[in-house]
Ligand binder design. Sequence first.
Ligand SMILES: [Zn+2]
Length: 133
Amino acid sequence: MVRQQKIESIRNKLVRKMEELWSNAGHTLSKMKNDDGRFADPFDQAAIESNKYVELACRDRERELMLDIKETILRIDRGLYGICDHCGRVIHEKRLLIEPMSKLCMECQKEKERNHKRKNRQWAMKDISYNHV
Ligand SMILES: [Zn+2]
């Protein structure tokens, strides 16, 4: 398979993943609407609204993922996919197959991870608290 075909198959996978995330999100929205029946009482309405807020906040990571996928598809369509954002070198195909949303080559990614180690640790802590909610 030539590189372009590989990129095309990655694009197809990303589109499918996107659709999956969208349908999950849609399911959540309809569930929120139906759980407590009609929005008769204004206090019920408020309760539903706050539940909705919590649920949407918990879905931040999915939303982020959707944005990442969307951006990656755009990069493919613009012919920018597989090129390192930082140094402009071609990102190795193996890396793209493992991490299709990579925007950096291996070297620049390592560099970035070194620079953001502290920040990444904070994100890791956040992940732990998410799991306990
Ligand atoms: Zn690079």
